[in-house]
Design a protein around this ligand. Sequence first.
Ligand code: ADP
Length: 273
Amino acid sequence: MVTAVPSRPGSRTPAAPAAPHPAAVAPPPGALELVGVAKTYANGFVALEDVDLRVGRGELVAIVGPSGCGKSTVLRLAAGLIAPSKGRISKSAGDLAYVFQDPTLLAWRSVRANVELVCRIRGIPKQERAERSARALELVGLSEVAGHLSHELSGGMKMRVSIARALATQPDLLLLDEPFGALDEFTRQRLNDELHRIWAVEGFAAVLVTHSLREAVFLGHRIVVMAPGPGRVLSTYASPAPPTGALDHQARRESPELERLALEIGRELAFVS
Ligand code: ADP
């Protein structure tokens, strides 16, 4: 059974049925909270209107919606890269890391150097930098290529380095903006599995912007559907089979409940695209 929690009147999703996943209605204490947030860019374009979004500690929230509905704007606001025009944004005290679709690695530096660089920028001492980068590369399964130049890697490996770079900062909150959008379907699935596994070990909260509904339902405890004109949250779905510490990737990928949820969100998006 799909559990939908319409966030505004007139949502096309059905009212929440009995016993939704607890994360649907009461996410655990916040890693991130946006309340009544609006964003008008300098040119007068209203990108977001009255957005509420809560991400609990350790919670994975996927955001889907047509291009231009303000998904990246939400992430940029959450990261503090831009300021809201209205509303309130609060974050837990811990570190925050951002993963972009483009891995943006320094091509002629080693994988290890790329991962360590972000720690260096944050003033982390040399020994700790080395330890953090070794652990982060182990988490993404790239210890063996730590000394390779990053331009020698495949697209999927580059993205894993980008994730390792984010993990080396030991974030409480990971913001991922369509990180696997440029990868083939097989690599994308593998990286979805890896992100799930790493989350199970590290326990960070994450907001994942994605165009893939399968990815959203596979990785999300909750899935937020946004609509444009101006950007707003249309509805929020609680996963009927949320990610847990059990790494039952294939079973979840084949779960009819998740399949139904992806179809239902797809139907809703067909009205707003
Ligand atoms: P999405 O990630 O959903 O594709 P974005 O958040 O990137 O959407 O953009 C939302 C809307 O805001 C788009 O119409 C985009 O053109 C506009 N926009 C984004 N950044 C700026 C900016 N710096 N100035 C003006 N408009 C912008």
